[in-house]
Design a protein around this ligand. Structure first.
Ligand SMILES: [Zn+2]
Length: 260
């Protein structure tokens, strides 16, 4: 009785055409090679990123390298690895029918797309917190001068003496920060330039490190007598929250002007 009920299903399954051996084995072999190639490329990319970081000793260079490359490297190596792994999964079943082949291909591709979206969002919105912490540590940990002495980071007020007019103007108007390190024993200095536009700040609405500078406007120019005013417009790339901040621009320095 039971056998009779199962029989129609059995017939249905045998009607689905089996994937011919020569196509399947060609797919399995070449798919396998390509998958291993892609996964290896992904691993090499991420390893070479960290290897290069390992041999970079200068803190400022490390800072710039991480800032510029870390998220990009992790994302592309993940993509290579994920596509490779998906392909590999689809080369492991033999024999198979056309139907199962496409069902498996479709489901695994969907799965990969979903995981990729999650990973992309983590890299975009959560990971910057982690990077920012490391960058801060790199930026503010003591530099060593050429003479081997520990250098001291000057405060915003102290550092102006060491920056030329152009640098000061840049610091006031454009989103560029200069850090001045001084070797107090020999008086030698080291000036490092940081781009404030690249750095994302913490959004006060969603708390993610995704607040980016979109516009700067000088409301009032600084003169010899009066300070000027600058507004910065920030926009959060995560929640779209907008934030405005006003800054004073220092009075022009008469000494610097007369030397022009
Ligand atoms: Zn936000």
């Amino acid at each position: 009785m039971i056998i009779c009920e199962i029989a129609p299903f059995k017939r249905l399954f045998t009607m689905i055409p089996l994937m011919p051996d020569y196509i399947l084995s060609a797919w399995n072999i070449f798919g396998n090679y390509t998958a291993i190639l892609l996964m290896t490329a992904g691993l090499i990319l991420v390893l070479s990123y960290y290897f290069y970081l390992l041999i970079l000793t200068d803190k400022k260079s490390r800072y710039d390298y991480i800032n510029k490359n870390e998220i990009k490297s992790l994302w592309f190596s993940f993509l290579l690895f994920a596509v490779g792994a998906t392909l590999l999964l689809n080369t492991l079943f033999s024999p198979t029918t056309w139907l199962w082949f496409f069902v498996r291909l479709f489901l695994s591709s969907m799965m990969t797309i979903i995981i990729s979206v999650v990973v992309q969002n983590m890299l975009k919105f959560y990971f910057p917190f982690f990077i920012e912490k490391r960058l801060k540590k790199l930026r503010y940990s003591p530099r060593i001068s050429a003479d081997g002495n520990i250098m001291k980071l000057l405060s915003e007020e102290e550092e102006d003496v060491y920056l030329d007019e152009g640098m000061q103007a840049e610091e006031n108007v454009f989103s560029i920060d200069y850090d001045v390190w001084i070797d107090e024993k020999t008086g030698s200095t080291k000036i490092e330039k940081y781009n404030g536009k690249l750095r994302a700040l913490k959004c006060e609405n969603c708390n993610y490190q995704t607040l980016k500078l979109v516009k700067e406007e000088v409301i009032q120019k600084a003169t010899l007598q009066n300070t000027g005013e600058l507004t910065k417009l920030f926009c959060c790339t995560y929640c779209g929250h907008k934030q405005k901040k006003s800054h004073n621009i220092a009075k022009l320095n008469p000494k610097a002007l007369s030397t022009d």
